[in-house]
Design a protein around this ligand. Structure first.
Ligand code: ZN
Length: 283
């Protein structure tokens, strides 16, 4: 059997629906291809050939690169958490210890909150990733309410059977500390163990895309080359899907904070994070 041109194989392999089809042109190509598969070899080949060339002549109908992938984004904290300390401070079991259900998160010196930052970046990510074909779910629906607990944030990713999950944060370290870091799970003899290796791959992909897309430096205060591994975070310990946290920078550092307050820079962050997820999911 004659091999198909490599370029055609690549296009059909990477973008399945471009060859299988969801629009009218693509669907016709898909039907033609199925017909070709069941038609004797002596049958005229003109119909499928024609349909295929039509499908490939319509690049706007090509499915996004993340078609079929589910991504859960956890915008850290919640803007209403401060209003209900009883609920937020309730202790929950994260397997290696008991921790508060959630925290209020940090803020910049001018009171731009981490909850607002993570909410904005996460919603930008939703738009970008959905445009690339992914199914995306957030762990909270607004930035004015309380919770959910860190245990529930992990459960949402598990229930969605996410191909990848990411929790978006900004850190609250001393003012001279700056730069970003990624946090990945460690084995804890628990439910996260089977996805520790994939989470590490995800973390490295996001680290590389983040530094390329934002130009922000690696953290000068945590981790090695912006990579940190922890076994005390409920959002990671309880995850059964590949998951990481990113601390996009230090909100208490004037340089990092100035960037976070700029919507154009938050868009750069969102694109960079989406790129990191995509690199991991397409690898
Ligand atoms: Zn946080």
């Amino acid at each position: 059997m004659r091999a198909l041109p490599a370029s055609l194989l690549a296009a059909c392999g990477l973008i399945a629906t471009a060859c299988g089809g969801t629009d009218s042109g693509g669907a016709a190509a898909g039907q033609a291809a199925r017909a070709a598969a069941t038609t004797p070899a002596s049958a005229p080949a003109s119909a499928p050939t024609q349909a295929r060339s039509q499908a490939h002549a319509k690049p706007q109908a090509v499915a996004g690169p993340l078609e079929g992938k589910t991504i859960v984004i956890d915008p850290g904290h919640n803007g209403g958490n401060y209003r209900n300390p009883t609920a937020i401070n309730r202790k929950v079991n994260v397997l290696t210890k008991w921790k508060p259900c959630d925290t209020t998160g940090t803020e910049t010196n001018s009171h731009y909150t981490e909850a607002a930052f993570s909410w904005d970046v996460s919603n930008r990510m939703v738009k970008i990733l959905e445009a690339r074909g992914a199914k995306v779910k957030l762990t909270r629906t607004d930035n004015n309410s309380v919770g959910p607990c860190i245990t529930q944030r992990a459960a949402i990713g598990n229930k969605a059977k996410a191909d990848a999950a990411i929790s978006v944060h900004g850190d609250g370290a001393p003012a001279t500390d700056h730069g970003f870091h990624v946090i990945m799970p460690k084995k804890i003899n628990g439910p996260v163990d089977p996805v520790v290796a994939d989470s590490s791959r995800l973390g490295i992909a996001v680290r590389d895309a983040f530094t390329k897309g934002t130009g922000l430096p690696y953290s000068n205060y945590i981790g090695r080359k912006a990579l940190d591994y922890r076994n005390d975070l409920g959002g990671l310990n309880l995850s059964t899907v590949p998951k990481i946290f990113i601390e996009c920078g230090n909100m208490r550092n004037a340089g990092d904070a100035a960037k976070f307050k700029d919507p154009a820079f938050r868009q750069r962050i969102a694109v960079a994070l989406a790129d990191g997820l995509q690199h991991y999911l397409k690898a």
